[in-house]
Design a protein around this ligand. Structure first.
Ligand code: NAD
Length: 487
């Protein structure tokens, strides 16, 4: 590449002004004047609102309310709960633009592309799909002597604790199956993106009975109390592996069942028979969706020597033309890092990769002209396993591309880390790709794409990426307690 500077969008400042709907939604959820924690716009760092900081006592009160509301919610039955989840999806759609604008400002993701409007749309889609999915009792033995059925009953109170990268969508992934199965839910959003989740819950609650879905926003203390609460029956957790371990420890106290969707460092393997220009767009979005801040994004790419230079060039050529900028500015599809902590991780990993002798093909540093937390779309070539940018989860707009000569070596590298959320294989020969896929230690392996999810296709990790499945019938089972009726 002659010019290693990716495209930046032209700032159009006045689009960032909140309109009446934005302000009305914020007013419903934010803390009173002078109280709560100020939440910045991820792109401009201007304060956009104040999140309530709930205490441990508030968490206890929320769990008590959810516990009291659970029997009546369960007693409504599946048809009634499904209808209410459909009505909740209607409310999301009716408030979609205000929700998307708040999400865009707080999280940083642009309105367009696979970003804020897409995320709000996914919330409605997941609610509807979950409402429409049935979990019928299963006859496990019927041999004339024994008759046994497997049913799934409500668990009770579910705690939902989520991250800051897809805060609304992941909240819906956690709460929709929980509610569908007759549980009540207490949600604790990330302290980085509380307003988006509080606003989403507020809108959902326009359609739901009181106390079926309660949000508490607070610090890690509030999260720690919620997951350890003796009256919580199940924890749906999405976040880092380190926090996941703490939640496993605390579940020893309340015996809460767990679904843990943890960190990943997804590998992609490009076989020698690909058309480099043909896969560039798919590789790009697999890696850079949500500016790389996605659990199941492509985070290290292994490319066969025969096509290595052509793939790196095609990817960089595509990436150079994808505009980055403030989320509310038209034409932007990549945004800032959401927070300074994540920015520092990305900056450190790229600096370390450069010091190791790796070659920066595109980007390679902050985009300070756009704002404090912007980092240029970065592609790093001639890098190897053992460099931190390959071995650690970058969670930002940076992709290391590693050369391999023998596919056995690529498979060993892909499986060589202690995480296994997703992986992908890229080839014009589907059978060859599926053979490699079967040998990868990952909860999902995509062929010729990376990271796509579907409300009816189970999703979950292996190794340090956690355990349990979300979505579809398997996802409903995870929010129920099995009961055998024998006789
Ligand atoms: P994090 O673990 O720091 O925080 C996640 C949530 O846990 C936050 O709400 C936080 O307040 C809460 N928390 C922190 N300490 C707690 C404790 N001791 N007890 C209970 N709750 C506690 O993660 P993050 O930085 O917000 O998210 C980024 C990470 O999440 C990345 O590693 C990413 O890969 C992962 N992630 C995974 C998935 C997936 O589906 N597997 C999806 C999105 C993100």
């Amino acid at each position: 590449m002659s010019d290693p500077t990716p495209a930046l969008a032209d700032p159009v400042i006045d689009t960032a002004a909140p309109d009446a709907d934005d302000l009305a939604l914020l007013a419903r959820v934010q803390a009173p004047e002078g109280q709560g924690r100020e939440i910045p716009d991820a792109a401009t760092r201007e304060v956009i609102g104040r999140a309530p900081v709930h205490t441990v006592a508030d968490v206890d009160a929320a769990v008590a309310r959810a516990r009291a509301a659970q029997p009546a919610w369960d007693a409504r039955g599946h048809a009634d709960r499904s209808a209410l989840l459909m009505a909740a999806a209607d409310r999301v759609e009716a408030n979609a633009e205000a929700l998307a604008r708040l999400l865009s400002r707080e999280q940083g993701k642009p309105l367009d592309g696979p970003n804020a409007r897409f995320e709000v749309g996914a919330c409605a889609a997941w609610l509807r799909a979950t409402a429409a999915t049935a979990l019928a009792p299963e006859v496990v033995v019927d041999d004339g002597e024994t008759y046994a059925e497997l049913h799934y009953r409500a668990l009770g109170v579910v705690a939902a604790v989520g991250p800051w990268n897809w805060p609304m969508m992941i909240t819906v992934w956690q709460i929709a199956p929980a509610l569908r199965m007759g549980n009540t839910v207490v949600v604790k959003p990330s302290e980085y993106t509380p307003l988006s989740v509080l606003a989403l819950v507020e809108v959902l609650n326009d359609a739901l009975p009181d106390d079926v879905l309660i949000a508490v926003s607070g610090d890690r203390d509030a999260g720690a109390r919620l997951v350890a609460h003796p009256d919580v029956d199940k924890v749906m957790f999405t976040g880092s592996t380190a926090t996941g371990r703490k939640i496993i420890e605390s579940s020893a106290g309340n015996l809460a069942r767990l679904t843990l969707e943890l960190g990943g460092n997804d590998a992609g393997i490009v076989l020698s028979d690909v058309d480099p220009a043909g896969i560039a767009e798919g590789l790009f979005w697999g890696a850079f969706i949500n500016t790389g801040q996605t659990c199941a994004a492509l985070k290290r790419l292994y490319v066969h020597d025969d096509v290595y230079d052509a793939v790196v060039d095609a990817l960089a050529e595509y990436a150079a033309h994808v505009p980055m900028g403030r989320g509310l500015d038209a034409g932007t599809v990549l945004g800032p890092l959401q927070n300074a902590q994540q920015f520092d991780i990305v900056d450190r990993l790229v600096a370390d990769a450069k010091a190791s002798g790796a070659r920066v093909v595109l980007g390679g540093g902050p985009a300070s002209d756009l704002g404090e937390l912007f980092y240029r779309t970065t592609i790093v070539a001639d890098i190897t396993d053992g460099v931190a940018l390959v071995d650690e989860e970058q969670f930002g707009p940076v992709l290391p591309v590693i050369r391999y000569r023998d596919v056995e070596q690529a498979i060993a590298s892909a499986n060589g880390l202690d995480v296994g959320l997703g992986a992908s294989v890229w080839s014009s020969d589907r059978d060859a790709a599926r053979e490699v896929a079967a040998r990868l230690q990952a909860g999902t392996v995509w062929i010729n794409s990376h990271g796509g999810v579907h409300p009816l296709v189970p999703f979950g990790g292996v190794k340090g990426s956690g355990y349990g499945l979300e979505f579809g019938v398997e996802g409903l089972k995870a929010l129920g307690v099995p009961q055998v009726i024998n006789g």
